[in-house]
Ligand binder design. Structure first.
Ligand SMILES: *[C@@H]1O[C@H](CO)[C@@H](O)[C@H](O)[C@H]1NC(C)=O
Ligand SMILES: *[C@@H]1O[C@H](CO)[C@@H](O)[C@H](O)[C@H]1NC(C)=O
Length: 152
C-alpha cells in the first residue's frame, strides 16, 4: 500500500474510532452501515401469511432512508424485492440513525398491485441486527422493523 493511502487509511480509522467511541460494544474498526431488506407487495410490505397465492416481491420500488424528513440515501429493489444501502459511518452516527431515521418505500403500492392503495407510503424504523468484521471493515447491519402504511 502506498504511503499516501496508508496515511488516509490511518486518518479514516482514527476518525472512525472517534465516531464509534460513542457507540458501546462496537469495535473501533472502520465501520460501514449496511441497511438491507426485502419488500413484498402487501399493505405492510411483508409476506401475507397463509395466502392462497404467494405474496409477490415488490420489485423496482424506490426505497429511501429518511432522517427528519430528509432523504439521505436511496435504492431500487431488485426482482426479488431486495435492497441494500450502505452508509458512510463518518457522515452518519449509528445512534442517531437508529433514533431518527426511517426506511420509506416511496413507490405507491398500486404500482405492484393495482388493488392496493395508490396513495400513502410504507414506513418503518430501523433496527440493528448484527455487527460483523470483514478484514479491516466492521459492517453494522440494520433492517427495517415493521412497516406501516402512512397515509398522506
Ligand atoms: C441482510 O443482511 C444480513 C447480513 O448480511 C443477512 O443475514 C440477511 O439475510 C439480509 N437480509 C436480506 C433481506 O437481504
Ligand atoms: C392484490 O391485492 C389484493 C387486495 O389485497 C389481493 O386480494 C390480491 O391477491 C393481490 N394480488 C396479488 C397478485 O398479490
Amino acid at each position: 500500500m502506498a504511503l499516501k493511502s496508508m496515511i488516509v487509511l490511518v486518518a479514516l480509522l482514527a476518525a472512525a474510532s472517534q465516531a464509534e467511541a460513542q457507540i458501546p460494544g462496537l469495535p473501533g474498526l472502520l465501520g460501514i452501515i449496511s441497511i438491507n431488506g426485502t419488500i413484498f407487495c402487501s399493505t405492510n410490505g411483508n409476506i401475507i401469511p397463509n395466502a392462497a397465492t404467494p405474496t409477490p416481491p415488490f420489485s423496482n420500488a424506490l426505497v429511501q432512508v429518511t432522517c427528519g424528513g430528509n432523504v439521505i440515501a436511496s435504492a431500487i429493489t431488485n426482482g426479488l424485492g431486495g435492497f441494500n444501502i450502505v452508509l458512510n459511518p463518518l457522515s452518519f452516527l449509528l445512534t442517531s440513525i437508529l433514533s431518527s431515521c426511517n426506511v420509506v418505500v416511496a413507490s405507491p403500492l398500486s404500482s405492484c398491485n393495482s388493488s392496493l392503495p395508490s396513495t400513502g407510503f410504507l414506513q418503518a424504523p430501523l433496527q440493528l441486527i448484527g455487527n460483523t468484521v470483514r478484514g479491516l471493515l466492521s459492517v453494522v447491519t440494520l433492517i427495517p422493523s415493521l412497516f406501516q402504511l402512512i397515509n398522506v
